[in-house]
Every structure is written in structure tokens, then in C-alpha cells.
Design a protein around this ligand. Structure first.
Ligand code: HEM
Length: 131
């Protein structure tokens, strides 16, 4: 049920607005201006695109009850500390993604969809902070 709502919301976002990468990073850098400097080496945007794609996969896997998503988050939390991204900043990425989905869906962001995303982003936040 939760997984279906998450999947449907991401499909609807893609149908309506195409690739959400630009919006996600605009939101991230508005919330965390310091984070933008970390991406100076990513001239083509390939790392940003790949990071978001992997974050979506991790979220979908978490929603499905798999363990790959949790494993990826645990590994990337450590990798990102090496990049200069502390766990609490790393954890901020998930609510940013949820916010972009909410904005993109407009009236189709139902109470059930909101509940599904709240539960999922809370779980992702706990994993991202090492809980
Ligand atoms: C605010 C939070 C985050 C910041 C500031 C951040 C920052 C970065 C930066 C700067 C890079 C590029 C490193 C390079 O130049 O090669 C990167 C790569 C990456 N990030 Fe994040 N990250 C965040 C959250 C996340 C999250 C939550 C995930 C997913 C679980 C994730 C997954 C990845 C992956 C998989 C890559 C490698 C992409 C590639 O193959 O090039 N990141 N991140």
C-alpha cells in the first residue's frame, strides 16, 4: 500500500514534469546553501543525476520492505562524511525529495500520499543518521 502510493506519486511526477533533478537540487541548495560548493567538480550534473536516481531507488526499496535501500543509505552516509557531508545534512536530502514530489503533484498529493511519504522519509532519516 505504502509502496504503491510512493511509486504512483513518483510516476505521476515524471509524467507531469519530466526529470525532477533541477527542482530537487534547487530546493536542496535553498535549504543548505553550503552544499552547493560540494558539487563544484560535478560540471556536467552527472553526479547530481546519479545521486538522485540512487536515492529514488533506495526510497522505493525501503517502501517495498527490501534491505538494499537501507544498505545503500548506510554506505553512503559514511562515504558522504568523507565528502564533508555530516549525517544530519545527508539526512536532509530525503525531505527535500518529498517536498518536490508534493509540489509537483499539487491536488493529487492526497492525505494518504502525505502519510506514506512522511513514514518513508522518517525511516530514511533514521537510517541516514545511523539509527
Ligand atoms: C544533503 C545531502 C547530500 C549532499 C550534500 C550530497 C553530496 C554529494 C556530492 C557532493 C557528491 C558528488 C561527489 C563527486 O563529486 O563525485 C555526491 C555523490 C553521491 N551521492 Fe550524495 N549527497 C547528499 C545526500 C545523498 C543521499 C541521501 C544519497 C542516497 C542514499 C546520496 C547518494 C550519492 C551517490 C550514490 C553519489 C555518487 C554519484 C555518482 O555515481 O557520481 N547522496 N553526493
Amino acid at each position: 500500500m505504502t509502496a504503491d502510493l510512493i511509486r504512483q506519486s513518483l510516476e505521476r511526477l515524471a509524467e507531469r514534469h519530466g526529470d525532477p533533478t533541477a527542482q530537487v537540487y534547487a530546493h536542496l541548495f535553498a535549504a543548505r546553501p553550503d552544499a552547493e560548493d560540494l558539487f563544484v567538480g560535478d560540471r556536467t550534473g552527472a553526479a547530481r543525476g546519479e545521486m538522485l536516481a540512487q536515492a529514488f531507488d533506495a526510497l522505493l526499496d525501503l517502501a517495498d520492505g527490501g534491505d538494499q535501500g537501507a544498505r545503500l543509505i548506510a554506505i553512503e552516509r559514511v562515504n558522504h562524511e568523507g565528502l564533508g557531508v555530516p549525517p544530519e545534512v545527508f539526512a536532509d536530502f530525503f525531505p527535500v525529495v518529498a517536498e518536490v514530489v508534493r509540489e509537483g503533484l499539487g491536488e493529487d498529493w492526497t492525505a494518504a500520499t502525505a502519510t506514506a511519504w512522511a513514514a518513508l522519509t522518517e525511516r530514511a532519516r533514521q537510517l541516514a543518521e545511523g539509527a
